[in-house]
Design a protein around this ligand. Structure first.
Ligand SMILES: Nc1nc2c(ncn2[C@@H]2O[C@H](COP(=O)(O)OP(=O)(O)OP(=O)(O)O)[C@@H](O)[C@H]2O)c(=O)[nH]1
Length: 401
């Protein structure tokens, strides 16, 4: 359930916000028509800024999309011969554009000026070319397809077949790999299809400006997560901890948590298994009750800050975390490369049917300190660290005040 809610953050919320924004624009149509000239200029500025920001923050797929949409907008606004000719192929461009947008959902962000850049330029030409090829094919074989199709097919429906596939693929991609960039690409495809089917509902300038704003938000929020989230565990990082310190009041408690004998664990099972265990242990810590805020301090050390709580009141919350980790049997896939001495280690082999998995468990030690009057955060942390040291000395897998 929690991973579902986590996915919602990246997937459902941006879509809802886009829908709400478009509804507001529609409802307030009368007022924004006064700003017609400004609105018509907006996509030039916003899409250019979005492309520049996307490049700066290495979100090259959004940069490509912003640039392509900018070219599209210029083609719609310009009366130059080359663009008016292009506008005669709007069906082909629509299908090619849909294929192109969908393709961006499946490739990685790579540098624009690199060998990947050349491949992507080729991809763009091929994607657009496919739109022409599909319509040529439909025109050529429509009689045969319509005659042999089990359901009644019109020419119009046939042209839309690749779009439906594109939308389903991109939708699944956005659900499967929920992140803001994939949701932005899905939104782009949705708006692209919407514009083709309902060209008069919203002016193109409004739709493209909305997309540019979505790209800008995606880049900003992504950068925030990059700066303040720990990549391995998904927890808030040490930088986020020191950000929180700025807003802490006078009363709080801080706990330092450390996985016991983690060096030995790494040596026994390998660094990759160690990483896997760090992620799972972090997920258990993230469920701490009592309003605790969890951070990865560094390595196998974690910090939990309890604003407005004294040390005695949080002991039960921390004990729950310690117990849940102690009781957690972590199932690992058998690593065929492991040598014999490793297999003699503490891991308990599961008696599962195919014996291809094994279970391991770890424990944690916890040191707690309550902020004393006049003390700085670093001083309180230092005392929590000393308490952690005592917990280790006393035999580990316990909490010390
Ligand atoms: N897999 C993995 N290991 C890490 C990571 N960060 C730190 N470590 C390992 O964590 C281990 C910490 O070891 P020590 O500080 O000696 O402590 P310990 O073995 O846990 O022993 P005690 O704390 O005394 O119980 C080192 O082997 C680090 O390599 C990481 O991100 N991934």
């Amino acid at each position: 359930m929690s991973s579902f809610l986590h996915g919602c953050r990246y997937f459902i919320l941006p879509l809802l916000i886009t829908l709400m924004a478009l509804t507001v624009i529609q409802v307030t149509e009368a007022s924004w028509q006064i700003w017609d000239e400004i609105i018509r200029q907006l996509p030039y500025w916003l899409l250019s800024i979005a492309a520049a920001m996307a490049l700066q923050f290495n979100r090259s797929r959004l940069a490509y999309l912003a640039l392509l949409l900018l070219v599209f907008y210029v083609s719609k606004q310009s009366s130059a011969q080359v663009f008016t000719t292009l506008n005669n192929y709007s069906d082909e461009l629509f299908i090619g554009g849909s294929i192109l947008i969908s393709w961006f959902a499946f490739i990685k962000d790579r540098g624009l000026v690199s060998s990947h850049g050349i491949l992507r330029a080729l991809g763009i030409i091929i994607g657009l070319g496919l739109g022409f090829i599909w319509l040529e094919a439909v025109e050529h074989f429509q009689a045969a397809i319509i005659a042999n199709s089990p359901v009644s097919m019109t020419y119009q429906a046939l042209t839309l077949v690749p779009i439906m596939f594109c939308f389903v693929f991109v939708l699944f991609r956005a659900i499967w790999r929920a992140n803001l960039v994939n949701t932005s690409i899905l939104t782009t495809l949705g708006i692209w299809i919407f514009y083709y089917l309902q060209p008069d509902t919203f002016p193109l300038a409004v739709l493209l400006s909305s997309l540019a704003v979505i790209y800008l938000f995606t880049i900003l929020i992504d950068s925030y997560f990059l700066a303040y989230r720990d990549e391995l565990t998904g927890l808030a990082s040490r930088r986020a901890l020191y950000n929180l310190v700025l807003s802490l009041g006078r009363k709080y408690s801080v706990a330092m948590l450390d996985i016991d004998h983690f060096k030995k664990f790494n040596d026994t099972y390998g660094h990759d298994v160690g990483d896997q265990v760090l992620r799972l242990v972090a997920a258990k810590m993230a469920r701490v009750s009592g309003g605790g805020k969890v951070f990865r301090y560094g390595g196998e050390e974690f910090t939990i800050v309890f604003p407005r709580k004294d040390a005695q009141t949080i002991l039960d919350d921390l004990e729950d975390v310690r117990e849940s980790i102690e009781d957690y049997r972590i199932v690992l896939r058998e690593d065929k490369r492991q040598n014999k001495s490793n297999t003699q280690a503490k891991a308990k082999r599961s008696k599962s049917r195919n014996a291809k998995t094994k279970t391991v468990s770890v424990t944690i030690s916890i040191g707690v300190a309550e902020r004393l009057g006049g003390e700085s955060f670093d001083q309180a942390m230092k005392r929590a660290d000393l308490a952690l040291y005592r917990a280790k000395k006393k035999g580990r897998n316990q909490i010390c005040l």
